[in-house]
Design a protein around this ligand. Structure first.
Ligand code: DOR
Ligand code: ZN
Length: 381
């Protein structure tokens, strides 16, 4: 644990043996090792200039999802994309995009060695048709076995969108069915392949991860920790709460929150922040994805605070992911203050507009040291 000099009024809440006091008592400031986002969509082009600064203001690194159009399927594309992301990091901020490749039925096994050499950290499996820009995804996982063998040998993690796509399977059951029909056989065939079960949404997934070994971990989004499926329908159809895997019922949300706050090394932060222009969200067939990068840590703090578990936030946000990927933990810090603030209604998004999750609502925690930590002159919302 690194010791950090912070503002004299701040109380360091992590890294010692004291547990956090209940939410409504005197803890006003939380300081944690600078976190990482282990699942992020930043898109491309002008959009980068809105969303990359939001993430870089909070996180040291982020795993960049490769579901562009066309997808990022080789190392050259990944490195070119990385350069475009870095060009959108504001002066004075440090941020490292961790690049991934998009698994197709035809990703050559020898691309894995090239990927590793180039610092590409993982490969993402989208079942074809499961979600946004997944058309080029995997039609049958057995077609990728040679590539998975190369990954297992090299220790390159497979990141999994864990939903089946068969139209006869109920949308709310797609994750649980994926475990039984895809993940269990996959893990049996590749027992030492590192797998991240991304953005899990069900009690079944939590239990499956808990019962497995150190080769399996899971990311959890802030929105799945904060909301259940009622959020999609309260007062009308609310497009900004629609993502995939879709929000589930309350019992599942509680299981996810218990896992996130359990201290288990197998669960870590992955926002799945997934920006779409507002006109494509508020649409007859609205796009899946919640934009949360503008207030990522604030939303996670709200969720952890709701069960008086802020003392577990640092492990979840700053340690477990780095440890699983075998990367060093960050050395900077991030400070949150209990200070109500209103989320902006929207952001410019290239030529379009981006509506963040919780737009216009009040959140209780606020990241306060974006400026002082990374030399940023204006605090971006
Ligand atoms: O809601 C989602 N949005 N889920 C995904 O898996 C993809 C993401 C996106 O890229 O928009
Ligand atoms: Zn995603």
């Amino acid at each position: 644990m690194t010791a950090h000099a912070i503002d004299a009024t701040a109380t360091r809440q992590f890294g010692d043996n004291r547990s956090m006091r209940p939410a409504n008592t005197s803890a006003q400031t939380l300081t944690l090792t600078r976190p990482d986002d282990w699942h992020l969509h930043v898109r491309d082009g002008d959009a980068l200039h809105t969303v990359v600064p939001h993430t870089a203001a909070q996180f040291g690194r982020a795993i960049i999802m490769p579901n562009l159009r066309p997808p990022v399927t080789n190392v050259m594309q990944a490195l070119a994309y990385k350069a475009r992301i870095l060009a959108a990091v504001p002066e004075g901020m440090t941020f490292e995009p961790l690049m991934t490749l998009y698994l197709t039925d035809h990703l050559p096994p020898d691309e894995i060695a090239r990927a590793q050499e180039a610092g590409v950290v993982a490969v993402k499996l989208y079942p074809a048709g499961a979600t946004t820009n997944s058309d080029a995804g995997v039609t049958d996982v057995r077609k990728t076995y040679k590539t998975l063998e190369a990954m297992q040998r090299a220790g390159v993690p497979l990141l999994v969108h864990g939903e089946v796509t068969a139209p006869e399977v109920d949308l709310f059951d797609r994750e649980a069915v994926f475990i039984d029909t895809q993940l269990i056989p996959l893990r049996r065939d590749f027992p030492e392949l590192k797998i991240v079960f991304e953005h899990i949404t069900t009690r079944e997934a939590v239990q499956y991860v808990q019962q497995s070994d150190r080769y399996l971990a899971a990311t959890l989004t802030a929105h799945h920790l904060l909301f259940n499926r009622n959020a999609l329908f309260t007062g009308g159809l609310r497009a900004h709460y629609y993502c995939l895997p879709v929000l589930k019922r309350e019992t599942h949300r509680q299981a996810l929150l218990a896992a996130a706050t359990s201290g288990s090394a197998q669960f870590f932060l992955g926002t799945d922040s997934a920006p779409h222009p507002v006109h494509l969200k508020e649409h007859a067939s609205g796009c899946a994805g919640c934009y949360t990068a503008h207030a990522a840590l604030e939303l996670y703090a709200q969720a952890f605070d709701s069960v008086h578990a802020l003392d577990k936030l640092e492990t979840f946000a700053s340690f477990n992911g780095a440890d699983f990927y075998g990367l060093p933990r960050n050395t900077g810090i991030l400070t949150l203050q209990r200070a109500p603030w209103t989320v902006p209604d929207c952001f410019a998004f290239g030529e379009a507009t981006l509506k963040p999750l919780c737009a216009g609502e009040t959140l209780s925690w606020r990241v306060v040291n974006r400026q002082s930590l990374w030399g940023i002159t204006a605090t971006s919302a």
